[in-house]
Design a protein around this ligand. Structure first.
Ligand code: GNR
Ligand code: NI
Length: 167
């Protein structure tokens, strides 16, 4: 297993569109293992392949307290979304930035699991937030894009400065 490097905003690679996975082969299984290790080590409650510069439609979520309930979603699709809810969000690709985002409150998601078997899940609360946040990553969207232009500009400058000072 290996820890993967997480791409930070405003890197243009975060805006690439991820491609569907055709076969859940050993490469994908290795990617899942490495992403899980990376997510738990961060620590984070979710991770999209886009964030580790792999542009395939794969996301992981584990919102459990004990960090032993890993959910793997391959080619996830939102079948239905309803309601509206505000939640404070953060992102491993936007370190140190937290802000409120409004999204649908409940979602029904279809995906393949780590064995390539289709499943459906109904989610609300943090699970619904995370699944939507992660699927956004696969579509090249970062949560800061829901904030005002002014906030986005401030975040961009702050993270560019951070990256410069880390050199
Ligand atoms: O670890 C994470 N926490 C989080 C908190 C509120 C809403 C979304 C998230 S996802 C984030 C990990 C991450 O960046 N996933 O893409
Ligand atoms: Ni994120």
């Amino acid at each position: 297993m290996a820890l993967l490097k997480i791409v930070h905003y405003p890197d243009p690679r975060l805006h690439k569109i991820a491609q569907p996975i055709t076969t859940v082969d050993d490469n994908i299984k290795a990617l899942i293992a490495n992403m899980a290790e990376t997510m738990y080590s961060a620590p984070g409650v979710g991770l999209a392949a886009t964030q580790v510069d792999r542009h395939v439609r794969l996301i992981l979520v584990d919102i459990s307290e004990s960090k032993n309930d890993l959910k793997v979603f391959i080619n996830p699709e939102i079948l239905e979304a309803s309601g509206q809810s505000e939640h404070e969000e953060g992102c491993l690709s936007v370190p140190g930035i937290y802000d409120t985002v409004t999204r649908p409150e409940r979602v029904r998601v279809r995906a393949l699991d780590r064995d390539g078997q289709p499943f459906e899940l109904e989610a609300d609360g943090l699970m619904a937030v995370c699944v939507q946040h992660e699927i956004d990553h696969l579509n090249g969207k970062v949560f800061v894009e829901y904030l005002s232009r002014l906030k986005q500009e401030r975040i961009r400058k702050k993270l560019l400065k951070q990256a410069r000072e880390a050199m």
